[in-house]
Write a new protein. Structure first.
Length: 160
């Protein structure tokens, strides 16, 4: 039996894990954020060192004391689809000045593993920290915007 060249052959090969980003729009509906090109997460906190004072080598660190989290941010790069800007992609239309984003977003990161399991990371209390105008037009004439969202809290669950 010949293979049909117009159809993908059955195989056990799988693609790399995929990620879907969703966010609540101002009406409270969860919508998929299309065209996500890249996402990064940064969590930083202060730390204090306790040092040895009475030793042959003074200043040796005895322990590091963790402090409060000072920044929890996600940075998203999104390809502009049609004429929608990054904020419009998140369901915030007609906003140029960030002062008008007065309702926090919930952002969900759905991680689909190669073994078929799903992990959902939920970022709550998110506010856009910047509204960039810098637009990068790369070799494929794809327009990409980047923005940082400040995150209040984060939870992880495994629904599957």
């Amino acid at each position: 039996m010949a293979t049909d060249p117009t159809k993908i052959a059955n195989t056990t090969a799988r693609t790399a894990p995929s990620i879907v980003i969703k966010a609540t729009n101002p009406q409270g509906q969860m919508i998929a954020i299309g065209g996500i090109k890249r996402m990064s997460r940064t969590i930083t906190r202060t730390t204090s060192r306790r040092r040895e004072l009475d030793s042959n080598v003074p200043g040796i660190t005895v322990e590091i004391i963790p402090g409060p989290v000072t920044a929890f941010e996600i940075r998203i790069s999104r390809a502009m689809l049609n004429s929608s800007t990054l904020l419009e992609g998140f369901g915030i239309s007609g906003v140029e000045d960030l002062v008008y984003q007065n309702i926090p977003l919930t952002v969900e990161e759905h991680r689909f593993q190669t073994n078929g399991k799903e992990q959902v990371v939920t970022y709550t209390g998110c506010y856009f920290k910047d509204n960039p105008i810098d637009i990068d037009v790369d070799g494929d004439w794809q327009i990409v915007q980047e923005a940082t969202l400040e995150v209040a809290t984060c939870t992880v669950r495994n629904p599957s």
